[in-house]
Design a protein around this ligand. Structure first.
Ligand code: FAD
Length: 241
């Protein structure tokens, strides 16, 4: 599902998701619906006519004219601080989309699905988790989510519920500090973490990796080292080092 052209969008809800991230619900009249994993471009126009465009993944999927985004603030960034701190319900933005046809998951496949997120890279993967849950396919999904601390996890409560009730195999990785009582190690995702928290390559999973560019490249390289064919690894890079 892809359309062209800029469309007006109204912010209908804006709530804090973490100390640095916000969930935004946008109503887009005529929205054609979207697949899990697609994104939109957002265009902001200042009073003097200056425009800025950035891409944001869609955390929701399916039909309806309301989409959900989750934006994490990049300090010193041009657009994300505005979307996280300043935008209010009732404000108008412009969106283009849905965009992207490769980094998507649609029900019907038989292979296991491995999701690996770093930070706000959870957003398109959350849409896939929701789609899998609704399609009764959650048991074939595993998710490895790397965050600085538990407080930095977008969708933390919903993910805990989906893991408990819905069958998605969820592994947290904390890179700065773990919650009280956490038994595992703290640090970056490495080969050992991947080996323990992901489907074995022999199961021929399809793997989706999303997050900051450095995280995605590091994880994709480690997956290949573990024996995952690169053709089975789909990546989405959010930018940064
Ligand atoms: C397909 C796609 C989907 C995306 N989806 C999301 C999403 O769901 N949620 C979300 O929060 N962001 C998402 N992003 C990132 C988003 O498009 C912006 O890049 C981000 O919000 C920063 O924009 P900015 O204007 O605040 O920073 P800029 O002014 O563009 O950049 C400021 C500085 O921060 C660095 N930087 C930019 N992006 C990142 C990053 N992601 N991590 C670390 N450093 C960075 C830049 O290199 C630069 O040095 C997505 C990007 C892509 C390409």
């Amino acid at each position: 599902m892809t359309v062209g052209g800029w469309q007006p969008a109204r912010v209908v809800d804006a709530v804090d998701a973490t100390p640095s991230a916000r969930l935004l619900k946008l109503q887009v009249p005529g929205w054609p619906g979207n697949d899990a994993g697609q994104h939109v471009d957002i265009r902001l126009t200042a009073e003097d006519g200056y425009q800025a465009v950035r891409s944001y993944s869609i955390g929701s999927y399916g039909p309806g004219d309301t989409i959900e985004l989750a934006v994490d603030e990049i300090p010193e960034g041009e657009v994300s601080p505005y979307l996280v701190r300043d935008v209010l319900p009732g404000d108008e933005l412009e969106v283009k989309g849905p965009l992207g046809g490769y980094f998507v998951w649609r029900p019907g496949g038989v292979e296991p699905v491995q999701l690996i997120a770093g930070g706000s890279g959870i957003v398109p993967l959350m849409a896939m988790v929701r789609a899998a849950r609704d399609a009764g396919a959650a048991a074939s999904f595993r998710l490895l989510y790397s965050v600085r601390t538990a407080e930095d996890a977008i969708y933390r409560d919903e993910l805990a519920r989906v893991a408990t009730d819905g069958g998605v195999g969820l592994t947290w990785r904390y890179t700065r500090a773990a919650p009280t009582g956490w038994q595992g190690r703290v640090g970056r995702v490495d080969g050992d973490v991947l080996r323990g928290a992901t489907w074995d390559p022999d199961r021929q999973p399809i793997v989706y990796v999303c997050g900051p560019t450095g995280f995605v490249e590091h994880v994709a390289d480690a997956l290949v080292q573990l024996g995952h064919p690169s053709a089975r690894i789909r990546t989405e890079r959010f930018g940064g080092a």
